[in-house]
Design a protein around this ligand. Sequence first.
Ligand code: BG6
Length: 560
Amino acid sequence: MAPASSLSAWSDLHSHHESVGKNIVLKDAFKNDPKRFDKFTRKITLPADISSGSNGTDIIFDFSKNLITEETLDKLVKLAEEAGVEKKRDAMFAGGKINFTEGRAVYHAALRNVSNQTMKVDGVDVMNTKGGVNDVLEHMRVFSEQVRSGEWKGYTGKKLTTIINVGIGGSDLGPVMVTEALKHYGAKDMTLHFVSNIDGTHIAEALANSDPETTLFLIASKTFTTAETTTNANTAKSWFLEKTGGKGDIAKHFVALSTNESEVTKFGIDAANMFGFESWVGGRYSVWSAIGLSVALYVGFDNFHKFLAGAHAMDQHFQQAPLRENIPAIGGLLSVWYSNFYGAQTHLVAPFDQYLHRFPAYLQQLSMESNGKTITSDGSPAKYTTGPILFGEPCTNAQHSFFQLVHQGTKLIPSDFILAAKSHNPVSDNLHQKMLASNYLAQAEALMVGKTAEEVRAEGNVPEELVPHKVFMGNRPTTSILVGGAIGPAELGALIVYYEHLTFTEGAVWDINSFDQWGVELGKVLAKKILKEIDEEGAGSGHDSSTGGLLGAFKAYGGF
Ligand SMILES: O=P(O)(O)OC[C@H]1O[C@@H](O)[C@H](O)[C@@H](O)[C@@H]1O
């Protein structure tokens, strides 16, 4: 495809930004158009049998507080058409090798294809082939039910109630985020640990209070070669063997979630205890695969299946809805609008939901590892900015820390706010939930309407020199996402996939490969070299004076 800036819709959007976009005043747009909310709000309804409530859950995406007019949306849709977003989407769902730098299909949607439509890569039916998606799901079902019921026992006959997932990046962030988000559904007798960091503190703390007789280790690594994971896994194995006096049975306490059978068996895990997936599942899209085993163990397989089904519903919407109605496509196009035409550099996601406290961290990998790229499909550098810096924290907490900058700083920060209408914990007669909702609504309103100097003065008793400090410029865009029920497995699945396809749409417009991650390699290679140098005499070789100086100082101070 062509670089986005060479498309005629791109130049058209530039003129549109100059003549219209720059001058949009949101509060006036609402005054002038009582139907604005209806015009820019989209809704998806999840089927009743998978929803958290007894009726299907609506999820409302209110895009009306964004700096757009109907014409803007039309022009953004045109851009998507010219950039071939639909063609690229269809190629993804058809198993095409759209990860063109690694020659791979991008087929994580098959993992949540609960309606079992035919899905093929290289002519092979990935759903029903031996060892394919359905077989692995069945293995996950059987195993998770055995562990949860206590039928699967540890080497001394006890039920396994501590789960330690050892993995990093996509083999960690999804499982952590989802198990936290679905804690309400989690087994009350289970303790979960997620060990990712190579910092020995992480594994030491997880092992400190664990009993080898009741602990199950999930070694989660797509490649099974990631240094942090193999090192942590070996430390876990040594701990287990030492604590059990060599009597512990690895086969009962260690399973692998991976694509790499030979490394798994080399590590000492039986291939029968391996839950596989294929190279067409990117790490940051792998929570739907065997990597999600900790989720299935914790919330039960039925809930894991609902999680997949909610995701599938959003996949189908993304595949079928015309661009102007297509929720993730609109989200992605708005991101392009702000990044490339307003010069925005960031994207804030703030869930008004404590269970979603790891959601922004999860989205950071999804968005920034996917679209933190400079090179376009023809190998030339993009002449425009690409992936935004995504950040966030749950609210209301974030309001009391960095929201100062969002309200009054010099930067435009397009923000997403997420709220579920129903809380799993309606404590104090729902007082907390009402306060949470009032903040969710108030923040978006405040960011939009701002406060003028006249309004500040009208409050009275404000010394004139303080007036400018108390002014809020307003006109800051937000997208409000409202889940019309509680956030259960299906609702969570749909929310994640909204962001997956939003990210896809951005990357498709920017003409970059959203599915590789070469940018993480250089640091890994240098770390390997330096690790050796720590054990050798001297302060390494071939380094700049800063790196060499710090290496020497580390060795001296640390006694290495
Ligand atoms: O699952 P693996 O192979 O251990 O990889 C973990 C992570 O490793 C990182 O280096 C990659 O950038 C991530 O995409 C990946 O999720």
